[in-house]
Design a binder for this molecule. Structure first.
Ligand SMILES: [Zn+2]
Ligand SMILES: [Zn+2]
Length: 382
């Protein structure tokens, strides 16, 4: 998961409109970083979310996604394999599948995909159907092969994870609704769609997933919080931040109850909740939550833990993103970022994504500060 704090400063930063736009971009990027950090937020401040909004979300939950109709699974699977093969075509010419050792499958004329995990060389080419068969064979023992490469142990991503999501869903859609494999397949499909940036489709699968699990009522609280977090993430990706806020608030409360205030999952949940406040430009609430999170993270995880540092970076960046930030605020933020950069460099090294993103942010901040600060009058020149 990469941080993304790299908005370049506008060409003409003293222009109010452009500066405001830059602030908004930074706020959006800070929110994206928090989303990538995975989890929700805290506390007492969800009370102003209107009831009708929660009613609307509940109504949406009741709708089963037409995408998931059993009679559509085959067709969707074929479409998405065609897309994945086409997307990989530049890299797969002249290669063979590491599983079946063929270039093209005999029965279906299916082409190869590549670049779906960390594997390189001969092991990086396969047919989606071969990966799916491999996953299916061991599924009674482990579901992992549906989402994680057995060679490099990295999760599949992008169009190939989406294709495997459909392959998995196609395999288990005929099972009874309460069969755990069917539930896992629906979650996996949502993850694959999200990884392939198909967020509208992912959202409808997430809604159906949560609605189904609530109806059956057999899941652990841990699973329900994961599925709710997935849903909130999809809302966030689609810019539906009010809904994301509402669900992250529930996840955060659930984490507090299940894991307690000091658990890493709870702290990550707090950050995700804060990201929704940031996206809605409700900075005071975001800061309050981030301050609490930082205090606990410092005490429990320590000053040098990645989560502590990331949360502090987000806090500083959102102070910078606030349109009401004064010049003094910005200077203070820059000083804090410099300190964080030194710590990140010492703990993780200069190549670590956190270190390089702090550097980029510092440069952007420095450029804006330079245009905001009144230059001294030129000496002795009337
Ligand atoms: Zn094959
Ligand atoms: Zn691999």
């Amino acid at each position: 998961m990469g941080l993304c704090l790299s908005a370049p400063p506008p060409a003409n930063a003293e222009n109010d409109t452009e500066l405001k736009h830059f602030h908004q971009e930074l706020a959006a990027e800070a929110a994206a970083v928090l989303r990538a950090m995975d989890s929700s937020d805290s506390s007492d401040d969800g009370s102003h979310v209107a009831n009708e909004e929660s009613d609307a979300v509940e109504a949406e939950l009741a709708v089963t996604s037409p995408l998931l109709r059993p009679d559509r699974a085959d067709q969707k699977y074929k479409e998405v394999i065609d897309d994945a093969v086409a997307a990989c075509a530049d890299y797969t010419a002249g290669q063979i599948c590491y599983i079946c050792k063929e270039a093209v499958t005999e029965e279906t004329n299916e082409g190869l995909v590549s670049g779906f995990c960390a594997c390189r060389g001969d092991l990086s080419f396969a047919h989606v159907s071969c990966l799916a068969r491999q996953a299916q064979v061991v599924a009674e023992r482990t579901f992992d092969r549906w989402h994680t490469c057995r060679q490099c142990e990295q999760e599949y991503h992008g169009v190939v994870s989406c294709a495997l999501g459909w392959a998995c869903w196609k395999t288990y859609v005929g099972r009874p609704e309460a069969d755990p494999a069917r539930g896992m397949a629906m979650t996996l499909l949502g993850n694959g769609l999200s990884s392939a940036q198909r967020h509208e489709d992912a959202l409808s699968v997430r809604l159906a997933d949560l609605a189904t699990r609530r109806r059956i009522g057999a899941d652990s609280e841990e699973n329900m919080l994961i599925v709710q977090g997935n849903l909130a993430g999809s809302y966030g990706h689609l810019g539906r931040h009010e809904q994301a806020l509402r669900v992250w608030k529930e996840v955060y409360s659930g984490r507090l109850e299940l894991n307690g205030v000091e658990h890493e999952n709870t702290l990550m949940a707090a950050n995700n909740y804060a990201s929704s406040f940031i996206s809605l430009e409700r900075f005071e609430e975001a800061w309050s939550l981030l301050r609490k999170t930082i205090a606990v993270a410092r005490r429990v995880l320590g000053e040098n833990h990645e989560l502590t540092l990331k949360t502090r970076v987000i806090y500083v960046m959102t102070r910078y993103a606030d349109n009401n930030a004064t010049l003094d605020d910005l200077r203070e933020a820059a000083t804090m970022l410099e300190e964080l950069e030194r710590t990140a460099r010492r703990v993780f090294g200069g190549e670590h994504p956190l270190t390089s993103h702090i550097e980029i942010s510092l440069r952007a901040m420095g450029a804006v500060l330079a245009t905001q600060e009144t230059p001294p009058p030129p000496p002795g020149n009337a």
